[in-house]
Design a protein around this ligand. Structure first.
Ligand code: MG
Length: 189
């Protein structure tokens, strides 16, 4: 049985993951409105992933006989800016999720909730991947802007250029190239 302290922390983390889903959904809507199809699709996928994270913790709590006391997710920002601004926010968001997961892991050890530490190991490594992915998209985007278009123009090249194959089928390690693929699709190579 999980301690009340762990249950409260896990419940908070479920809320944090749902907030991330909401935020990425808001970002998907932002890009849909601007006809940035590829980015919109990428954010829809991210939102689904975050919901999956929340449900993974939800299922773990149920499996351990915990009481899931769901809280209302906060409303996401409606201020977005450029593509680079958005991905800068994504990186900050993911770094902001890593911190409570680290704290949860530490708490699980202190409380001798060893099964929870094993469950949380998956989340620790997922955060490594999420932060890396955001950093690489930012780097790719910056690079492509400099190489082909100069500041700002690459944003316009992305307009109405969906990724050429279903994003959902791509493995995690390919996601980092989303920005580059969009630009290449637009440029015809
Ligand atoms: Mg997450």
């Amino acid at each position: 049985m999980l301690s009340k302290k762990i249950q409260a922390a896990l419940t908070d983390q479920i809320n944090t993951e749902f907030y991330a889903a909401y935020l990425y959904l808001a970002m998907a809507a932002h890009f849909e409105e601007q006809n940035y199809e590829g980015f919109a699709q990428w954010f829809r996928m991210q939102a689904k992933e975050e919901e999956g994270h929340a449900m993974k913790l939800f299922d773990f709590m149920i499996a351990r006989g915990g009481h899931v006391d769901l809280k209302a997710p906060a409303a996401p920002t409606q201020t977005f800016g450029t593509v680079v601004d958005v991905f800068t926010k994504v990186l900050a968001q993911e770094q902001g999720v890593t911190a409570p997961i680290d704290a949860l892991y530490e708490l699980a050890f202190k409380e001798k909730a060893y099964a929870a530490t094993v469950e949380l190991q998956w989340f620790l490594m997922e955060q490594v991947e999420e932060e890396k992915s955001a950093r690489e998209i930012l780097a790719d985007h910056g690079l492509e802007q400099r190489r082909f278009a100069g500041p700002g123009l690459a944003d316009h090249i992305h307009v109405r250029q969906p990724i050429g194959f279903p994003y959902a089928e791509q493995p995690v390690r390919m996601r980092r190239s989303a920005s580059t693929m969009l630009l290449r699709a637009a440029a015809g190579f």
